[in-house]
Design a protein around this ligand. Structure first.
Ligand SMILES: NC(=O)C1=CN([C@@H]2O[C@H](COP(=O)(O)OP(=O)(O)OC[C@H]3O[C@@H](n4cnc5c(N)ncnc54)[C@H](O)[C@@H]3O)[C@@H](O)[C@H]2O)C=CC1
Ligand SMILES: O=C(O)[C@H]1O[C@H](OP(=O)(O)OP(=O)(O)OC[C@H]2O[C@@H](n3ccc(=O)[nH]c3=O)[C@H](O)[C@@H]2O)[C@H](O)[C@@H](O)[C@@H]1O
Length: 473
């Protein structure tokens, strides 16, 4: 089927950028992105590109090019469903916070609501595309709901998981390693797969478009994220060993990464991975494995999360230890709050958990992040529920000037690897701090030797310098 009208339910970090790129690359297809969240849709439609709800390098240009031509953002979900031949479901699938599977399984209520709405509104045959990350066999539930709608409409359900990383979404979407499409092996299923292949084939070579059965596609997405996160937990585990042995984790990562069987990517030791997906998707994998009675499999993958939690806590406790075992009333400046650079997304950011530990120790925190606004920092802490909103606001401040944020601080903690941090006037920052001025670099981002020559005491993750500095402290 030649697709000329697409709708995407969910205008978030995936729905927005993904559809913007399809609209850019396929000017003959009308793409409508819908969401229940009116403020979000208004922000996507804002003429001032600085107000876009998702910050991604290069995205505002893509949206500016296609919006109003063949890319539309709307809250009229029914109308968009009715008109579309192909409907992407790109809604949130967070970890469940209640009932059975609480804290482990994916909450699929928004997926089910979409399926019911599609079943209710549709008057013509449609291809439904799972873009959200879903537990394996979710397509079965979606099919059930659609089939029992009783309206004699033919629905094909495809799985087309998204592999973009935030901060590089535009680049990843324009030039993906692969596109994965899972579908039925029936003639109708194959035709549906082919319709989606044709869309991607407008800019992605056919050999990079992989087609599989639905279940392999659904499961591959969870597995890809689990493997990526596992590499980070592996190198973070080694970072702790490096600190005890005077090995340098950067050197170890380089040495092992040059083995082509291991490869150099995703070996950067850090304060711990964050983001909306790694933890949720691994927990989901663990939950599914346990539900099949696969205890060893579940335990194996759960360790990736346990190690990540340990790394975040270890970083925070180290700050306390190096500030003479108390941070009560001490000012600590946070550089970065986003879960990685080049995004305004803070979901599951390591910064939130490090802040929470330090606030429990009665530290006074000041935060600077180039893209995260004050209300988001408060919302993230309030969501944890560790203390009241008033208490959070009394002990953490957010500033728009990094020099002001660092002024009078006992220590600086680098939580996000924003490039601009490297280029600051570090002598000026040093002059404004209490002495000894300490930097805890959770991203191994800064030039530690240069900072030391200024007078800072620098603690990086997994480097021998940590031990040497210990002696100095
Ligand atoms: N954030 C990322 O980088 C990636 C996310 N994913 C997956 O994509 C999915 C979406 O993730 P994000 O875009 O980050 O989530 P998000 O939370 O940014 O966006 C989801 C949007 O769906 C809307 N929504 C929920 N139910 C709705 C309904 N019934 N009708 C209309 N709109 C509805 C919400 O209002 C929200 O704006 C998740 O399953 C996630 O695991 C996959 C790859 C990358
Ligand atoms: O399903 C998803 O949501 C996406 O999850 C990740 O993308 P994302 O979370 O946006 O960003 P990553 O670059 O993977 O970084 C995740 C976290 O790991 C950290 N990280 C990454 C790499 C590394 O070597 N070390 C490290 O600590 C980052 O700082 C960040 O906190 C995957 O990389 C995407 O392929 C996937 O589509």
């Amino acid at each position: 089927m030649q697709i000329t009208n697409i709708c995407c339910i969910g205008a978030g970090y995936v729905g927005g950028p993904t559809m913007a790129i399809i609209a850019k690359q396929c000017p003959e297809i009308k793409v409508t992105v819908v969401d229940l969240n009116e403020a979000r849709i208004a922000a996507w439609n804002d003429q001032d590109m600085d107000n876009m709800p998702v910050y991604e390098p290069g995205l505002s240009d893509v949206v500016a090019q296609a919006r109003g031509r063949n890319l539309f953002f709307s809250t009229d979900v029914d109308k968009a469903i009715d008109e579309a031949q192909m409907i992407f479901i790109s809604v949130n699938t967070p970890t469940k916070t209640y009932g059975s599977g609480k804290g482990m399984g994916a909450d699929l209520k928004w997926i089910e609501l979409c399926a019911r709405q599609i079943a209710r509104v549709s008057k013509s045959n449609k291809i439904i595309v799972e873009k959200s990350t879903l537990p394996v066999r979710t397509a079965e539930a979606i099919k059930d709901i659609l089939q029992y709608a009783g309206n004699d409409i033919e629905f094909q359900v495809l799985s087309n998981p998204e592999f973009l990383a935030e901060g590089t979404a535009v680049e990843d979407l324009l030039n993906p390693d692969r596109v994965l499409i899972g579908g039925d092996s029936s003639p109708e299923g194959k035709r549906a797969i082919e319709s989606l292949v044709e869309i991607y084939n407008n800019w992605i070579p056919r050999e990079r478009i992989l087609t599989t059965n639905v279940w392999s596609s659904e499961l591959s997405k969870l597995v890809a994220n689990a493997f990526l996160a596992q590499r980070i937990s592996s190198i973070n585990a080694i970072s702790e060993l490096c600190e005890k042995t005077e090995a340098d984790v950067n050197e170890v990562a380089r040495a092992i990464g040059m083995d082509s069987r291991i490869g150099p990517k995703f070996l950067k030791a850090s304060v711990g991975f964050g983001g909306s997906c790694f933890q949720k998707d691994i927990l989901n994998l663990v939950y599914i494995s346990r539900s099949f009675g696969l205890t060893e499999v579940a335990d194996y993958w759960e360790q990736v999360i346990i190690m990540n939690d340990h790394q975040k806590k270890r970083f925070a406790l180290n700050i306390v230890r190096k500030l003479y075992n108390t941070v009560s009333g001490k000012k600590i400046a946070f550089l970065g709050w986003a879960f990685k650079k080049d995004t305004n997304d803070t979901r599951e950011s390591a910064a939130i958990y490090v802040a929470d530990y330090l606030l429990n120790e009665q530290a006074e925190l000041r935060v600077y992040d180039p893209k995260v606004v004050e209300r988001q920092v408060y919302a993230d802490l309030d969501y944890l529920g560790s203390r009241t909103a008033e208490q959070n606001r009394a002990s953490i401040g957010v500033g728009a000037d990094p020099y002001e944020v660092c002024k009078g601080a006992h220590a600086i903690a680098v939580l996000t690897e924003w490039d601009e941090f490297k280029d600051y006037d570090w002598e000026r920052i040093y002059d404004g701090m209490l002495k000894p001025a300490k930097i805890f670099d959770g991203r191994n981002l800064l030039d530690a030797d240069k900072l030391r020559s200024i007078g800072f005491i620098v603690q990086s993750i997994g480097t021998k310098s940590l031990k040497k500095q210990l002696v100095a402290v």
